[in-house]
Write a protein that binds this ligand. Sequence first.
Ligand SMILES: Cc1cc2nc3c(=O)[nH]c(=O)nc-3n(C[C@H](O)[C@H](O)[C@H](O)COP(=O)(O)OP(=O)(O)OC[C@H]3O[C@@H](n4cnc5c(N)ncnc54)[C@H](O)[C@@H]3O)c2cc1C
Length: 449
Amino acid sequence: MTDNKINLKYDIVIIGGGPAGMSAAIAAYEHGNRSILIIEREKRLGGILKQCIHPGFGLEMYKEELTGPEFAARLIAKVREYNIDCRMSSMVLDIDRKLRVTGTSSDLGVFTVQAGAVILAMGCRERPRGALNTPGTRPSGVFTAGAAQYFVNMYGYLPGKEVVILGSGDIGLIMARRMTLEGAKVKAVCEVMPYSGGLARNIEQCLNDFNIPLLLSHTVVEVHGKERVTGVTIAQVENVPGKGRVPVKGTEQYIPCDTLLLSVGLIPENELTTSCGIRLNPATKGAEVDQDRQTEIPGIYSCGNVLHVHDLADFAAEEARIAGEAAAERVRKLRENAGEKSCEEGGFKVGLKADGKVRYVVPQVITAKKDVGVYFRVSDIFKKPTLVVTASGSADGAEGEAAENVLLKKKYLKLVPGTMQTVTLKKEMLEQIPDGGRIEFKLLPGDAE
Ligand SMILES: Cc1cc2nc3c(=O)[nH]c(=O)nc-3n(C[C@H](O)[C@H](O)[C@H](O)COP(=O)(O)OP(=O)(O)OC[C@H]3O[C@@H](n4cnc5c(N)ncnc54)[C@H](O)[C@@H]3O)c2cc1C
């Protein structure tokens, strides 16, 4: 791939024209860069927001409640106002460590762009049925919730009339309401965990307001039907040590339906990331990044849902601004001081770790002594927990507990896995930590339900 002739050259190349990609481009422009290219495989900018016609967007960023297309339209208007180049219907196939981006489009065929910085903003895709190994036949009528949303909102097709939804993440909840509003009967939303992975507001507005039952600790154990789904068997599940969440014999229940929608998780689209050698974090399934969202390869940044799955488009767009500004700053420094060394922060590096109750933190590395916002998610429901953030002297923790220094403590009424949290590590806190130190995020006392 990388042997192709370089036919384009830009300071900053952004892969993906969703809210993260556009927001990164806008931030880079506002930071003074005028050589920015967005490459998007679809015909139109907006990413997943094009099909999210429900409200609930923009409350953080614009202090207004917008639909997905309205939120996207604000970013598209800025991209147009700033005259940022966009290559639509163009699919990126490869990136390499020398920041060469290879793609394909009908007008250029296979093309290569030499970039001064690359921003990964490819979003995520839904986990399909194959990933679940649900027994039963393979009839039509099994869709991911996002695919059903695409049919209903983009084409006006209703994919079924009697529906069971597996998974209570936000997409499943939103589709329960959407299918109901379009005249379908949603018989149940089954969730394998004892809690929903969706936002509390979506459980209220999408299920409770429409009397749709949410069956926690339940899963689909069999799909029935030859040509088309005729029903599903569901069962309760329980935690069995060493085996995970297992169906309980004798609790099976048959529900007649013609459609099964799956909302069983999102997978960041990181094939390009791994193909250029960037390792993924096992908890986020995205790249590990520093406070600027720079990956382990200097000049390659990652942001939005490809980095970690965000609850809100606002947060994805906000995070992308960090990457956009940092990419523009990198190019500026390279130009002014000519050389990779000019981009290095000067020998400060601390690693961030989560204790398990805190499932993950982003960023995972800090290389600059400045205020840094850290996103984190917990792994279970915790009532009245205290977040304790500590710093220890060396990267491998060799100086032990005695050297541990509490940077901050914060009490919460309740923490749930479906809601991302953020805290700020102040510059003054980071100044106390030596190069090679480690910051740990712990949850105490952790009353898991
Ligand atoms: C069903 C659903 C409901 C949601 N509801 C809400 C809500 O109510 N409120 C809210 O705030 N958020 C909501 N969200 C979340 C929000 O949509 C996401 O947080 C946001 O879209 C993430 O932005 P992104 O730019 O990272 O990814 P995306 O929007 O997924 O954009 C990624 C873009 O990258 C492109 N791309 C990928 N690979 C390539 C490649 N190789 N070459 C070129 N282009 C590529 C894709 O085509 C896509 O356009 C919802 C999401 C879904 C799926």
